[in-house]
Design a protein around this ligand. Structure first.
Ligand SMILES: Cc1cc2nc3c(=O)[nH]c(=O)nc-3n(C[C@H](O)[C@H](O)[C@H](O)COP(=O)(O)O)c2cc1C
Length: 372
């Protein structure tokens, strides 16, 4: 390739109403640095400001859609006026640097605990099947109650209201958390959904909840401000599917017809394991390609580019609609975009401070200096 041709990773791409100037995305990462009552802190403002770039996409969150969404303490939510007001400082800081910022919105479903819910509320899910084993803190998961049809409507409306709140808070759009075994994904996967009504059983039925939430949010804030995150091959939090290619192809093919102007679809690559450090398992036979064949809008690929920048450059070359998210590398490198552009060495991340309170491992990672 002649050196005068810019690599695709550093060429513009339209996402919703915004023309991004490069394809490197900050993906949603829960860091538990918020204040009390789900309110973003001053450190949150600084963290996102450090990582914002002109024409670069940041996806903040995940933010709980309502008090019943079961978000953990120090997650920043998006259902009270105080939360909306505090998020305005984050969005203003990113916009000041001419960046674009979406908010991932989530309901935890069976991944939460009744002690984190308002008095008298149960843990809910598609079916009454608990996550096997214990959570990272060693607590056994509770057996959820299968949601009623009325609850499905209510939760869908809570997603739409959270999306309206996000726009009020200055976000450029929202990403529905449909991945990693949280509530939406609990409906989609065959292992966690044994319903016998029109939200369970067939692929059409299991994907109905995800697709209805997309409909509701697109109607509330506009299709081009709406996005969806999916992880077809993940077994995180015990959510697995018998026929992932067919299930998620149904989602992509349906959205191509019903919402072709969504801002983007965001996919977690099959090779990634969040608990494992080190290069990806490239031996995996699984591929997103047959699922992505049904979708022509912008696509973000996430998973293990942290360990191989060459793969990120190569992925962007695969098509005019491709973006690449760097998760753990973006935690450790506030100036990641410049480091990738210039092939500078990356700071290593410190897993021990992913979720600890305070500034350490959050806003104190160094910027690149020539003498490093
Ligand atoms: C500390 C941490 C928190 C995360 N929180 C979320 C989250 O809230 N929502 C989500 O969809 N993914 C979450 N992820 C997954 C990342 O968005 C990303 O997909 C993953 O880290 C793989 O990318 P990487 O290999 O570049 O790190 C989290 C990852 C990390 C490391």
């Amino acid at each position: 390739m002649p050196s005068s041709v810019a690599p695709a990773l550093f060429t513009p791409l339209k996402v919703g109403q915004h023309t991004l100037s490069h394809r490197i995305v900050y993906p949603p990462m829960t860091r538990l640095r918020g204040g009390d009552n789900g309110i973003p802190s001053e450190n949150d403002v600084l963290y996102y400001q450090q990582r914002a770039t002109k024409g670069g996409l940041i996806i903040a969150g995940a933010a709980g859609t309502s008090a019943n969404a079961g978000a953990f303490p120090h997650i920043n939510n998006i259902f009270t006026n105080e939360q909306i007001e505090a998020w305005k400082k984050v969005t203003a800081a990113v916009h000041e640097k001419e960046g674009v910022i979406f908010l991932q919105i989530a309901h935890l479903g069976r991944a939460t605990f009744s002690s984190l819910l308002p008095e008298g509320q149960h843990v809910i899910s598609a079916s009454d099947i608990p996550i096997a084993g214990v959570n990272p803190m060693g607590f056994p998961y509770e057996t959820p109650r299968a949601m009623t049809l009325d609850e499905i409507k209510t939760v869908t409306e809570e997603f739409a209201q959270a999306a309206r709140n996000a726009i009020t808070a200055g976000f450029d759009g929202v990403e529905i958390h449909g991945a990693n075994g949280f509530l939406v994904d609990q409906f989609t996967n065959s292992s966690s959904n044994k319903r016998t009504d029109h939200y369970g059983g067939s692929i059409e039925n299991r994907t109905r909840f995800a697709l209805e939430i997309v409909d509701a949010i697109a109607q509330a804030i506009g299709e081009d401000k709406t996005a969806l995150r999916l992880s077809p091959f993940s077994d995180y939090q015990d959510a697995t599917d018998d026929t992932p290619v067919a299930t998620w192809s149904h989602i992509t093919a349906t959205l191509e017809k019903t919402h072709p102007h969504l801002a983007y679809l965001h996919f977690i690559e099959p090779r990634v394991s969040l608990e494992v450090d080190g290069p990806a398992d490239e031996g995996s036979e699984e591929s997103l390609d047959p699922i992505l064949a049904h979708w022509s809008g912008p696509v973000i690929s996430s998973g293990n580019y942290t360990y191989d920048i060459k793969t990120a450059y190569a992925y962007a070359e695969k098509g005019p609609n491709k973006l690449v998210a760097f998760g753990r590398a973006f935690i450790a490198n506030p100036d990641l975009v410049e480091r990738v552009r210039n092939h500078w060495k990356l700071n290593p991340y410190n897993r021990a401070t992913f979720y600890t309170p305070g500034p350490e491992g959050y806003i104190d990672y160094p910027y690149y200096t020539e003498d490093k």
